[in-house]
Design a protein around this ligand. Sequence first.
Ligand code: PEP
Length: 253
Amino acid sequence: MKKNLIAGNWKMNKTPGESIEFVENLIEKLKDKDYDDRDILICPPFTSLFPLSKILQKDKKIKLGAQNVYCEDKGAFTGEISPEMLKEIGVEYVIVGHSERRNIFGETDELINKKLKKVIEYGMKPILCVGEKLEEREEGKTFEVVRNQLENCLKDVKEIENVVIAYEPVWAIGTGKNATPQQAEEVHVFIREWISNKYLQDVAKNLIILYGGSVKPENIDSLMKEKDIDGVLVGGASLNVDSFLRIIDYKGE
Ligand code: PEP
């Protein structure tokens, strides 16, 4: 059965000690909850992955994700982390193509495509982020931008079953301005149709498409009521246990 996914992207926040404290607190607060329709994912900084993997091997309620990876198996790539390193410590998901990676670190669709394929090769699930900038939305180019990103980042990708797509309009990330549920839904429908045309209808139906961009306790319920929103990728509001818990505990339909 397809499950929704509530994912926290901590970005460059929390030391290993702070991460452990957060996760232990979250586990305690989730003690009496038993969701069978949603998965919970945390993507901490690299330095927190190992200590958290030790905790999460025992408590399976929360899955572990990385925020980035390199596209080679091993070698002289100073400062990079390989897919095997992530796989060995129990990382299940890897974010690729986040707009901060694209815009601050200059990552191209071509590099993102290579990373995504490596993540699949190592049996993990890539979360591919796509989304338009404000000026692109204002020029009516949202669908064109998203289509180009999908085409380039999924080039020669055959196994789409384990790919998660996150629609993250750049103008909504960390700005407090979220897309309305209707604005998000229409892009999600577009993405699902694109996948359906390129792959199989059944695959598109089961594809998990997340919305990301200023998701908060105040807007989670209305977002999750939309038919094609299968979860969220949350930045700022995932840094506080209580606000993340309220997002995890969304009331959808
Ligand atoms: C993100 O980092 O992917 C994100 C959506 O951030 P925020 O929720 O803070 O807008």
